[in-house]
Design a protein around this ligand. Sequence first.
Ligand code: GRF
Length: 201
Amino acid sequence: MTMRIAVAVSGRGSNLEALLQALHADAPARVVLVLSNRADAGALARAASRSVPGEVLRDPVDPADWLERLERHGVDLIVLAGYLKLVPAGVIARYRGRIVNIHPALLPAFGGPGMYGRRVHEAVLASGAQESGATVHLVDEEYDRGAVLAQARVPVLPGDTPERLAARVLEAEHRLLPAVVLAAAAAGHPIPLPQPVESNS
Ligand code: GRF
């Protein structure tokens, strides 16, 4: 059985792209829907260029708007890949244990409301941490607090700027997210990855 995936996005969609590249025609998972709260998200153009249906939520805080689309496409798993708003509680209740998010730091550190994009990497650098990385976790009603499924670590290097660190973390994200999704497809639901996914960079 192929696991049918919806990817929710707000921005450029490089993680969506990594996932689409990793999921070959014979993979046990397929992206069947890209959902966005923004009509101008670059991720929607990436989806369109690969003939993956993209839809813009009419009202991102209305669970019915989500659920109608998810059900129409027979979605089994929701992947938040740069989706910047809170997912409505009614969607979380219906898909509990079947929604994952990727975050550009080693949760539980450097997560929570307002911790996204450049701010995450600024905070990591300001803290003096020696390493950062990416986390994929289950989504519950709070930002960045659900069970961790997998992490990939990268070093913080001397002279790092938020941009340099972000680029290093993003490379790790592009390996981590497909690994988690493929493991979920094999198991039938998201599972913790047994091994840390290490980065070469
Ligand atoms: C990534 O850093 C992800 O961890 C965070 O938002 C960013 C999305 O980047 N949640 P992209 O849109 O996938 O390029």
